[in-house]
Each structure stands twice: as structure tokens, then as C-alpha cells.
Design a binder for this molecule. Structure first.
Ligand SMILES: CC(=O)N[C@@H]([C@@H](O)[C@H](O)[C@H](O)CO)[C@@H](O)CC(=O)C(=O)O
Length: 304
């Protein structure tokens, strides 16, 4: 397996809606083209940022297909296929394979608190449903399950497992997963607030929910790390974190703020779907300040 295609900056793709809140193929095409032109390594489609659990199977398939039709063969495409049931997850996995994805990924089962044996079976059945490589999505803050090293080791007996997208907050988890696996196993940094530290401790790429609103800054952070310029890497991470704190400071979901910034920048992908909350009232005016903050940071690092 050629793992280089997964190394680098992979934005988690945002759900794209029209003004009525329906999935918009035109907007999916616009956003995916916009991110591609920024120079990203790939896209992670249909994950948390894709509002996966609030979309129907048909909407998720339409999104997967539209991104693939636009960018397949140009960048790495990872399909997140985690769904409430194994049946639906496998249906999405087979669909992703059919429309040309390079890899699959899934959160553990949601809602019921299931034993690890059920989680193992769930991921194994998805892996066995196609010949695509598979990436575990570990995000304990939303799923309530944190990948254990013993389960990772058992799953590693399946050659299709090529990596973990780790969104748990301790960077040490990245080091543990890397140490429990092998050289050709890739750990993706999940928390964007610690991209630099995640990379230094063993992550070889990143998949993140805020990359899409400021790809230039994460591409630059990656450039600094690759060049061994840790002083500037630390500085840009600081500025990125200030922006993430601002994105999370308004009265709606972070994704609503991100979509507001993108809209002001000419990329309209609508708002968020309930129960996620949109930004309202006076806070709407503050979105422009966040956009300016991002632009200032981009300019600051452009010539370094
Ligand atoms: C808990 C959480 O939502 N984590 C995000 C981060 O990118 C997160 O949005 C960011 O670090 C800001 O807190 C990602 O791991 C989500 C992601 O990659 C996805 O959309 O699938």
C-alpha cells in the first residue's frame, strides 16, 4: 500500500446545503474545487464536519459521488461510512468503492454503549465488505469510546487496516497507536489545536474540521514541520489556536461560524442542519472579524 498519498493536510469536508437546507451538488462541487486549488493532499468526506449523522443515506451517497466525480484521481479521497447500523455502513462502503474512493473510515457504533467485541465486529465487517484500505476514526468525545491498544492490535491482523484518525485530545494516544502498530501504519492527527505536536509525536498527516476554512495556515504549518523549522511551526500553531477559539466563541455551532466565514469569502455552502445551531443575532456581525483574523494570519506567514 502506498501510504504517501495519505500524508499531509486532508480537510474534513463540510456538509453543503442550498438556502432551503437541502444537499446542494453545485455547492459541493464549488467547495471541493476551492479546496483542491489550495493544494491540499486529500479530502475526508462525510465525517463529523460532513454532519454525517444528520444526513440520510441517499444524501451521503450523493455527496460521496459528487466529490468523487469532481476530484477522483487528482487527490486522495477518504469516505467516512460510519452509520447507525452495520447494514447502512456496509452499503455506504460499497457505494464509496463503486464511485472511486481510495479508502474507507468509520467511527465506532453510536447510541448504545456496546462492548468492545461489538465494535471489533462492526469495524471488521466494514473492512471485509470491500477491498479498500480502512482507517479507524477514534473520536471519544463524541462517541464515548476510546480505541484501546489491545483492540487496535487485534484489528491489525487485518491487512486492510492502514491507519487511525485520532481525534482524542492526549497527543500521547498518537504515540501509543504508532508504537502498537508498524512502520507502514499511519496515524492522522485529529485535534487541529495540536497539529504541530501531533506531527512531532508520530502523526504523519492530519484530518481536521478547521482545515477547510484556513487551508493555507495548515499547509504552512506542515511546510515548517517538514523543514524542521519548529520555531515558526509553534508560532503558526499559536495563531491557528487563537482562530479556533474565535470560531468556537459565537452562539452557534463552530460549523455554522466556519460556513459564515466561507460565505463572506465567496464560497456559499449554506448553513448547518438542525439540531446543530446556526449563529444568530449580534453574533453574525462578529463572523467578519474572524474572517479578517484568518486573512491577517495568512498574510503574516506568506513570505516566511
Ligand atoms: C472533536 C472534533 O470535532 N474534532 C475535529 C477537529 O478538527 C476539531 O473540529 C478541531 O480540532 C477544532 O476543535 C475533527 O477531528 C473532526 C473531523 O475531522 C471530521 O470532521 O471528521
Amino acid at each position: 500500500m502506498q501510504l504517501n498519498m495519505f500524508k499531509g493536510i486532508i480537510p474534513a469536508f463540510y456538509a453543503c446545503y442550498d438556502e432551503a437546507g437541502e444537499v446542494s451538488l453545485e455547492r459541493i462541487k464549488n467547495l471541493s474545487t476551492h479546496l483542491y486549488e489550495k493544494g491540499i493532499r486529500g479530502l475526508y468526506v462525510g465525517g463529523s464536519s460532513g454532519e454525517c449523522i444528520y444526513q440520510t443515506l441517499d444524501e451521503r451517497k450523493a455527496t460521496l459521488k459528487c466529490v468523487a466525480e469532481n476530484l477522483q484521481g487528482k487527490i486522495t479521497l477518504i469516505a467516512h461510512v460510519g452509520a447507525p447500523s452495520t447494514k447502512e455502513s456496509i452499503e455506504l462502503a460499497r457505494y464509496a468503492k463503486e464511485v472511486g474512493y481510495d479508502a474507507l473510515s468509520a467511527i465506532p457504533p453510536i447510541y448504545f454503549k456496546l462492548p468492545e467485541s461489538a465494535i471489533e465486529k462492526y469495524w471488521t465487517e466494514i473492512m471485509d465488505s470491500t477491498d479498500l484500505p480502512f482507517i479507524i476514526y477514534n473520536i471519544p468525545q463524541t462517541t464515548g469510546y476510546n480505541l484501546s491498544v489491545p483492540l487496535l492490535k487485534r484489528l491489525l491482523t487485518n491487512d486492510k487496516l492502514i491507519g487511525v484518525k485520532n481525534s482524542s485530545m492526549p497527543v500521547m494516544d498518537i504515540e501509543r497507536f504508532k508504537a502498537a502498530s508498524h512502520e507502514d501504519f499511519i496515524v492522522f492527527n485529529g485535534p487541529d489545536e495540536q497539529y504541530v505536536s501531533g506531527r512531532l509525536i508520530g502523526a504523519e498527516g492530519g484530518i481536521g474540521g478547521t482545515y477547510g476554512v484556513m487551508p493555507e495556515l495548515f499547509l504552512k504549518a506542515e511546510e515548517f514541520i517538514s523543514a524542521g523549522n519548529f520555531s515558526d511551526a509553534r508560532k503558526i500553531q499559536h495563531d491557528i489556536n487563537d482562530i479556533i477559539i474565535a470560531l468556537c466563541s459565537l452562539n452557534g455551532s463552530m460549523y455554522s461560524v466556519i460556513k459564515g466565514v466561507l460565505k463572506l469569502s465567496g464560497i456559499n455552502i449554506g448553513s448547518v442542519r438542525g439540531p446543530l445551531e446556526a449563529v444568530t443575532g449580534e453574533d453574525i456581525k462578529k463572523i467578519d472579524d474572524i474572517k479578517k483574523k484568518i486573512e491577517e494570519a495568512i498574510v503574516k506567514y506568506q513570505t516566511i
